[in-house]
Design a protein around this ligand. Structure first.
Ligand SMILES: Cc1cc2nc3c(=O)[nH]c(=O)nc-3n(C[C@H](O)[C@H](O)[C@H](O)COP(=O)(O)OP(=O)(O)OC[C@H]3O[C@@H](n4cnc5c(N)ncnc54)[C@H](O)[C@@H]3O)c2cc1C
Ligand code: SF4
Length: 329
């Protein structure tokens, strides 16, 4: 492990000030991802700014009926929050499907959003990886690709984003509050993560001194139902091969609201806009669900080792929508 300077910030403004102007800086929250990367030599910051004790761990109801989730709120606490369990089952299920109880007790909201890909080559510093070292090449292309992207990848990187929570938040139209050297701004969660393009080393639109403060979840319209379905190699303690976060509102057999986000298939939580457009105003039946997901997957470009993800995604989305629409009857 490279030596680094450790600083503990008393408040958000000091944390940002401590990071401003430094390229080799990282915020330390729960440390469940970052500390592994320090040990592996994947991350080599000169300065670590500890934000784990900042007063950003509350989960508070908003006047419009939504919820504000602090950046250092722990994944376990968020999953157990009564409003999350009642109003956002998609989020509670996504959180509980991730990692283990011990890790969820430490992992934070901001850290979960900004955790890095689980591409095996990214984590192995003996192999070329454009995300770790721009211009080095991509070992996954032509290599082991079972867990890699089928949508939105590039010739420079085919990695997937590993978070379950972020997929649920993408379907919920969450908004991320960020404090940076230039002040505060709000970034829609669906615009936080990037596709790899020719800069796969940039996971998100944030810069090194940008601190996530909180995530707002808007209220869901009355009658909405939601669920999270995760398909993986083991029943627990495994990242998604494919996951689906779906929010559906059906009235008199017609789809009035549909929000679908996919995990395990792209460099970012993938909002299935084409499928959503096709569903809106259509009958809530299985044939429509199948046509909608096929429209989304028309742009899929599977790799040698992950063609199975196309039918797996199709089946996971159709079964999620079928279950949600059945509950309506
Ligand atoms: C064995 C194992 C299994 C796992 N399985 C799953 C799984 O199935 N599904 C899943 O979703 N996750 C899984 N995880 C990942 C886990 O959810 C993440 O490690 C965790 O959520 C990261 O949160 P943290 O607070 O520990 O982040 P840290 O490790 O502290 O930080 C992660 C990154 O986020 C940055 N960061 C943290 N907070 C902020 C902030 N407020 N503003 C700006 N930057 C910030 C850090 O600088 C760092 O780059 C697993 C992890 C392990 C170790
Ligand atoms: S897929 Fe991306 S993260 Fe994995 S080796 Fe290629 S460049 Fe690196």
């Amino acid at each position: 492990m490279m030596p680094f300077d450790y600083r503990r910030a008393p408040d958000a403004e000091s944390a940002v000030a401590a990071a401003t102007g430094l390229a080799g800086v990282a915020f330390l929250a729960g440390g469940t991802n970052l500390v592994d990367h320090l040990k592996l030599g994947v991350a080599e910051p000169e300065v670590l700014v500890d934000i784990s004790r900042l007063p950003l761990d509350s989960v508070a109801e908003l006047p419009d009926g939504g919820l504000r989730v602090g950046a250092t709120a722990r994944n376990a606490d968020l999953a157990a929050h009564p409003v999350v369990r009642r109003d956002y089952p998609v989020l509670a299920r996504a959180l509980l499907s991730g990692a283990s109880g011990q890790i969820r007790n430490l992992a934070t909201t901001g850290g979960n959003l900004l955790q890095r890909t689980r591409c095996v080559y990214f984590q192995d510093v003996s192999t070329p990886c454009n995300k770790r070292e721009p211009g080095a090449g991509c070992s996954a292309i032509g290599g082991y690709t079972r867990h890699h992207a089928i949508l939105g990848a590039s010739a420079h990187c085919v990695a997937t984003h590993p978070s379950d929570m972020a997929v649920a938040m993408a379907a919920l139209d969450a908004q991320v509050s960020v404090l940076g050297p230039e002040g505060r701004r709000v970034v829609p969660l669906v615009a936080l993560h990037r596709l790899p393009g020719d800069e796969p080393h940039r996971d998100t639109v944030l810069s090194p001194a940008d601190l996530i403060l909180s995530v707002d979840l808007p209220p869901l319209p009355p009658g909405s139902r939601s669920l999270y379905r995760k398909v993986r190699d083991r029943a627990s303690y495994a990242f998604a091969l494919v996951s689906v976060a779906a929010v559906l509102r059906v009235e008199d057999g017609v789809v009035r609201d549909a929000r679908i986000a996919l995990g395990g298939v792209a460099h970012k939580p993938w909002r299935a806009r084409r499928a959503e457009d096709l569903l809106l105003g259509s009958p809530a039946d299985e044939e429509v669900f199948r046509r909608a997901v096929d429209a989304e997957l028309a742009g899929a470009a599977p790799l040698a080792g992950n063609a199975f993800k196309v039918p797996l995604t199709r089946n996971a989305v159709v079964s999620a929508l079928r279950d949600l629409s059945r509950e309506e009857r």
